[in-house]
Design a protein around this ligand. Structure first.
Ligand SMILES: Cc1cc2nc3c(=O)[nH]c(=O)nc-3n(C[C@H](O)[C@H](O)[C@H](O)COP(=O)(O)OP(=O)(O)OC[C@H]3O[C@@H](n4cnc5c(N)ncnc54)[C@H](O)[C@@H]3O)c2cc1C
Length: 446
């Protein structure tokens, strides 16, 4: 048990609210500040993205007994449904039978998390903008505007769960020996919508993550509980087949008719949504250190913002909380040790999931329609079923296991080298499940 502290969490997003629950359970007074209005009181706009939750996210919820409550608002997704341009549909299961990720509306989940945190006794201060922090004294500065008067709020500790453009990190960036990088992708995204059927049922399979892979761009769809799907179009900002090239209704209609013909029936408001919804940017942000003495710590996107192609930003943020909680139990009141080990153990894993996520754009938008890649996946699955102790595919390691991301990536790279050798075997497409191939993999694994 720790000595009770007065702790501020800046940010009432998914990571801030779950962290607040953990800290409250540990006996602390917990105040959460957010510049936005209470998410439970606002209408969702065209930006209410949905997310997938996998084992790392569930683990953090399970440890505080909240997983069952959250599963009620999710839909299990056990496979990819690949929509090829010629109209063919292929299914690729994610893992073993019974293994699934869960599709959740980010807005619905966030509302639920605020409710749950409030029920624990966490106090929320919405529409409170935090402009600065005194790192040495864990004091926050809150006010209406950056230039106006600020109120000083004194705490024992401050957690910056204030997302990719964190003000808390901003202050840390002005320290010497603080590393920071940000990289904007050339690819942006826009949300579209597949409404429910009149009877509330889903228009396409709700237990699949739908992908229309088209090389350097793709469309994706994930189911919502109300029978609708949130679609996301990822494509370059500039060039051929880019957001810039879809200037008017005629260009948009011709583009969708050519590349996504099977969506015509299911996205009735394509034109309205496309021109109304914003085109959003994607960026990778990295920094180090994540903490200042025993006073201030960054967590979630404020410490590591990644691109969404592995579906792990929130999962990684929730795993930060699991690790922090383990360290709280190990070190008790020694917050210096807690913070120091937290950042040292999490940083390589945050970097690894950032890299895996970047690489996964290529896998989703291009390779999922590539016959060599599909053969590789088939061989991996077959070998893994035969030798589960010797081979777990990378996707399963990242998504259905709790193995540190950095280890998963290193093993995945090694496995990929083996598979590139295996794919060179003559007639591999005919003999992919033969003893010869099995022995070759076993030999390469030595
Ligand atoms: C298109 C897309 C798809 C995604 N899909 C997935 C997925 O499938 N699975 C997954 O795990 N992750 C996914 N992610 C990532 C996931 O959304 C984020 O990693 C996660 O929401 C980060 O949570 P957070 O609490 O750290 O930050 P945020 O959700 O950004 O919350 C930060 C909070 O801090 C508040 N705040 C900011 N600045 C201040 C300030 N100065 N003062 C007071 N309050 C402030 C904000 O209002 C906000 O409420 C996706 C992201 C995108 C963009």
């Amino acid at each position: 048990m720790q000595t009770p502290q007065k702790i501020a969490v800046v940010g009432s997003g998914l990571v801030g609210t779950l962290l607040a629950i953990y800290l409250k359970r540990a006996g602390h007074t917990v105040h959460v500040y957010d510049r936005s209005p209470d998410i439970r009181t606002i209408q969702f706009s065209g930006r209410s993205i949905n997310l997938v939750m996998s084992n790392r996210g569930w683990k953090a919820l399970e440890d505080v007994g909240l997983d069952a409550e959250i599963r009620k608002i999710g839909i299990p997704v056990d496979k990819r449904a690949i929509h090829l341009q010629d109209g063919k549909l292929n299914y690729q299961f994610y893992g073993k039978e019974g293994e699934a990720i869960f599709s959740l509306s980010r807005g619905v989940l966030n509302r639920k998390m605020v409710d749950l945190a409030e029920a624990e006794g966490v106090k929320f201060f919405f529409e409170h903008k935090i402009w600065d922090v005194n790192l040495a004294t864990a004091s926050l500065y809150e006010g209406e505007s950056e230039q106006g008067d600020w109120t000083e709020l004194k705490y024992d500790k401050v957690f910056g769960a204030d997302g990719a453009f964190s003000r808390i990190r901003h202050r840390m960036q002005r320290q010497s020996m603080f590393d920071y990088s940000q990289e904007f992708m050339q690819i942006g995204y826009k949300e579209l919508h597949i409404p429910a059927n009149a009877d509330g049922s889903h228009k396409i399979d709700k237990n699949s993550l739908h992908i229309w892979p088209r090389g350097n761009f793709m469309l994706m769809a994930l189911s919502n509980l109300d029978g609708s799907f949130t679609c996301t179009l990822f494509m370059p900002f500039k060039g051929e087949n880019s957001f810039e090239s879809l200037k008017d209704e005629a260009a948009l209609a011709a583009f969708f008719a050519k590349y996504f013909p099977d969506t015509k029936e299911v996205i009735p408001d394509l034109v309205r949504d496309f021109f109304k919804n914003p085109t959003s940017y994607l960026a990778i942000m990295k920094c180090f250190p994540w903490t200042f003495e025993d006073k201030v710590a960054l967590i979630g996107d404020s410490a590591h913002a990644i691109v969404p192609f592995y579906g792990h930003g929130m999962n990684a943020g929730f795993e930060d909380i699991t690790i922090l909680n383990e360290l709280i139990h190990t070190y008790g009141d020694d917050w210096n040790a807690i913070f120091s080990e937290y950042e040292i153990s999490r940083k390589p894993n945050a970097d690894a999931i950032a890299e895996l996520s970047r690489r996964n754009f290529e896998e989703m938008s291009n390779k999922t329609a590539d016959s060599n890649f599909l053969l590789q996946k088939k061989i991996e699955k077959w070998f893994s079923d035969k030798h589960p102790d010797k081979w777990m595919p990378l996707y399963s390691r990242v998504t259905f296991s709790l193995q540190p991301y950095s280890e998963a990536m290193a093993i995945g790279d090694f496995q990929n080298e083996i598979m590139q050798e295996v794919l060179k075997i003559e007639n591999i497409e005919k003999i992919w499940d033969s003893e010869q191939v099995e022995n070759k993999i076993l030999e390469l694994l030595q």
